[in-house]
Design a protein around this ligand. Sequence first.
Ligand code: PMP
Length: 403
Amino acid sequence: MTNRQLFLNHIGQTSDSPLCLEIVKAEGCKMWDVNGKEYIDLIGGISVCNVGHRHPKVIEAIKEQLDKYLHVMVNGELVLSPQTEYAKLLTDNLPASLNSVFFTASGTEATEGAMKLAKRFTGKTQIVAFKNSYHGSTQGSLSIMGDEYWRNAFRPLLPDVLHLNFNSFEDLELITEQTACVVAETIQAEAGVIVPQNNWLKSLRKKCDETGTLLVLDEIQCGFGRNGTLWAFEQFDIVPDILLLGKALGGGMPLGAFIADKNLMDCLTNSPVLGHINTFGGHPVCCAAGLAAMKILLEEKLIDSVKEKEQLFIALLSHPKIKIRSKGLMIAIEFENAEENRKIINALLNVSDNYKLSDNSPAIFTDWFLFAPQCLRIVPPLIISHEEIKQAGKKIMELVNSI
Ligand code: PMP
């Protein structure tokens, strides 16, 4: 059986039309498939590979950790230096109130942990989230996902969840003394890059303060420089009570975290003890990789070029047939409808029979957004070069011109 057949027969599938690209190598902002075909990667594992695929310093850190220990016991009892060093670097680069890091193995587990912490700390039950928001696929995160189509088949879900309109000042009035926490993406990603209006996040912060509600900001997709600052919330002059991280946090390895003030976090240590536990969260190899990736992000000043690269994409992609929404290197190109977008995505992959290996211009790997299937996703590694942006932009424009 070929690998493709094994994939189709023995790997749990998520759709009835998988791309089935057999990737054998990835480096920097490029990937290669089993036929030697080259791709410019415009999605970087969905906002994971901010420092690029296989950055040599990340590989070195992983190898160094492999020579010491892999899994011992990560949950709470043992002092493991990849965790402590990473927690120090993270909290040194966060506001003083975000000083305690609870590592998880994925983004959705960070969401779950934060919701539990908010309920435990406030003694309240209601959770407020926003329409078109995505916080993960497990049942708690699914309960606060902002789209009924994706939730409905899995009911019953968590009770006492209220969905408000993102950017609506009026809806903020529905946050009350009964609300344990509000969970929001700082920049809504799967909605097709929706940026908070002027002062809306500040009003949300104020309403949370007035009602004794914890503000949880999900920066799992938009954190780590993607939007032009290390954390997206810095651009809105607010600080969350709990910050959710994932994706780029692990430098290409699976890692998530919820981060809060120690006083808040310590609730999980009593009544009941072990209020939140997991076997693999904060795995030493993942922390070593994430720590190396964050050091690269800061030392190589990768965030400094994000806005300029965003502007280059925008300049190359301006066309009357499309709308662009962006915040740093999180860009949505909106087409008339999902079918048009799907055609462009497939054409960029060169999956048609016309593709020839002698054509040495690389294909472009991109994607759509969960709640905005008419939008093409551009969330490349932040190290993407001007040349790669130009190559990708040129191909996208050729196709836009042909529709
Ligand atoms: N929150 C946001 C904003 C995300 O984009 C994602 C992943 N797409 C998650 C949470 C869930 O992360 P994970 O897939 O690691 O569980």
